[in-house]
Design a protein around this ligand. Structure first.
Ligand code: HEC
Length: 212
């Protein structure tokens, strides 16, 4: 009795196995063309399919025209499309020093190390024309490049580009500042000169250096 049921069980298992193997069929062997290979299946002979018109990749909708292109209604924006604050300026300074100062130098006069080694010299940022340039224009120059300057859009994310523009504005103000731009509290300190303590500190440091 027991041996018959054993035999039956074995047959059942075999049958199931055969079916399961049979089920693998060709599902695993479907044509899986590699990108840019030819194909006889599609009329245009290409395996890769063109994007459906109007398709937008995730995270690439870029609906905010002013933010992404620096333009509104075909004109460069006069206002920053995002709020400018201290953190943004700090970030802009850091990014400027990394990406722009090699050519434009840290003050923006256009005498960076790359220029000293023969790259065409950019104009100073402190000319009236560039001081009057709209933020949207500067954003556009960074994004797409300008003349002999390469485009930095592919390397610098949108928010960082605006941060750089804000810092460039700060740089421009710094080089054209008058005493009236200095806050009252700082003005007194500036007019009185360095505090005696600060001088002593510096003197001490120098004396220290002499001993070495
Ligand atoms: C590889 C060197 C190089 C780097 C890096 C560089 N620039 Fe320039 N930039 C130039 C040159 C050269 C010009 C002048 C191009 C010309 O007139 O053909 C220029 C011009 C400009 C102008 C003036 C455009 C005008 O209307 O005259 C702005 C603004 C500017 N750059 C901003 C930036 C900013 C911001 C960065 C950093 C994100 C940057 N550049 C990085 C080389 C560089």
């Amino acid at each position: 009795m027991k041996s018959t049921s054993d035999a039956r069980a074995r047959v059942a298992v075999l049958a199931i196995l055969t079916l399961v193997v049979g089920c693998r069929q060709r599902m695993a062997d479907q044509p899986a063309p590699r990108p840019l290979t030819p194909s006889q299946f599609f009329a245009d002979g290409q395996a890769s399919r063109p994007l459906v018109e109007g398709a937008v990749a995730r995270g690439d909708l870029n609906e905010d025209e002013a933010l992404y292109s620096g333009k509104a209604g075909g004109q460069f924006v006069e206002e920053f499309p995002i709020a400018v604050n201290r953190a943004m300026l700090d970030r802009g300074r850091e990014r400027f020093d990394i990406y722009c100062s090699p050519c434009h130098d840290k003050v923006g006069e256009g005498k960076g190390v790359v220029v000293q080694r023969g790259f065409p010299q950019p104009p100073s940022f402190h000319t009236q024309r560039l001081r009057d340039a709209r933020p949207g224009y500067v954003y556009d120059v960074i994004s797409k490049g300008f003349g002999r300057m390469p485009a930095y859009g592919p390397q610098i994310p949108v928010a960082d580009r605006w941060a750089i523009v804000s810092y460039l504005r700060a740089l421009q103000r710094s080089q054209n500042a008058t005493l009236d731009d200095v806050p009252a509290a700082e003005k007194t300190a500036l007019l009185e000169g360095p505090k005696p303590g600060a001088v002593e500190e510096a003197g001490h440091g120098a004396a220290h250096g002499d001993h070495r």
